[in-house]
Design a protein around this ligand. Structure first.
Ligand code: SAH
Ligand code: DHB
Ligand code: MG
Length: 220
């Protein structure tokens, strides 16, 4: 699904902008060895999240969808020493791989992986006064995205940023008979458009993972 030219440009940019990083490379290798699906953000996208976290001077980050902790490492590295990242993951096998990758990255003290359905973990965070988060990255099951936006917003403050991955889905977003994932993203985009507390846009992307896009919202 990815044009050879997009992959070539991603490789060029990665070579220029992302230094070789054994910890991140081992995180990917161990995720593959454990049989996790190869659906992490790209290195350039990971760096985008890390730059955003720094711009926000984020001290608390919420991630929904950990997988092997690749995007988690990128974002957690931007935290100050006493910062915290809470990452929500449904699959206990994924969480085990992520925990090992985060330990190797020296980030175990700053990252709290919570296993279970994100809806449940988000409710627990709200009940326990878990907010506010400075940055939220939503990247779990796509049909759940609208609900995660709604629950995450309650854990944000004015000035928080919310990023959603995989909004465009190779253009499936505009299909007349969208699959469940694309339909989930249609609902998410519609939510972003009508939610008065969030100012949002979507940037289409191409690259090693094909044609997709990030939503970026700012909480008012
Ligand atoms: N953010 C990761 C990729 C996440 S892939 C990265 O870029 O490195 C999506 C993850 O969401 C998978 O690990 C999947 O198990 C998890 N997931 C799926 N449904 C979920 C749910 N209901 N609650 C929490 N996590 C879920
Ligand atoms: C896919 C990619 C993702 O980034 C994700 O979060 C889920 C699925 C995919 O390419 O199928
Ligand atoms: Mg994703």
């Amino acid at each position: 699904m990815a044009d050879a030219r997009w992959i070539e440009v991603d490789s060029y940019l990665q070579a220029a902008l992302v230094p070789a990083d054994p910890v991140l490379e081992q995180a990917i290798a161990d995720s593959r060895r454990a049989g996790l699906p190869p659906i992490e953000v790209t290195a350039l996208q990971g760096k985008f999240l890390s730059v955003l976290a720094r711009l926000l001077q984020a001290r608390r980050i919420l991630e929904i969808g950990t997988l092997g902790g690749y995007s988690t490492i990128w974002m957690a590295r931007s935290l100050p020493r006493d910062g915290q990242l809470v990452s929500l993951e449904l699959d206990p096998d994924h969480a085990v791989v992520a925990a090992a990758n985060l330990r190797r990255a020296g980030l175990a003290d700053r990252v709290d992986i919570r296993v279970g359905p994100a809806t449940h973990s988000l409710r627990q965070l709200a009940d326990g006064g878990g907010g506010p988060f400075d940055l939220v990255f939503i990247d779990a099951d796509k049909p759940g995205t609208e609900g995660y936006l709604d629950q995450a917003l309650a854990l944000c403050r004015a000035g928080s940023a919310i990023v959603v991955d995989n909004v465009v889905r190779h253009g499936a977003l505009v299909d007349h008979q969208p699959d469940a994932d694309a339909e989930g993203m249609q609902r998410a985009v519609s939510w972003l458009g009508r939610q008065p507390r969030v100012e949002a846009t979507v940037l289409q992307t191409v690259g090693a993972k094909g044609h997709d896009g990030f939503a970026l919202g700012m909480v008012l």
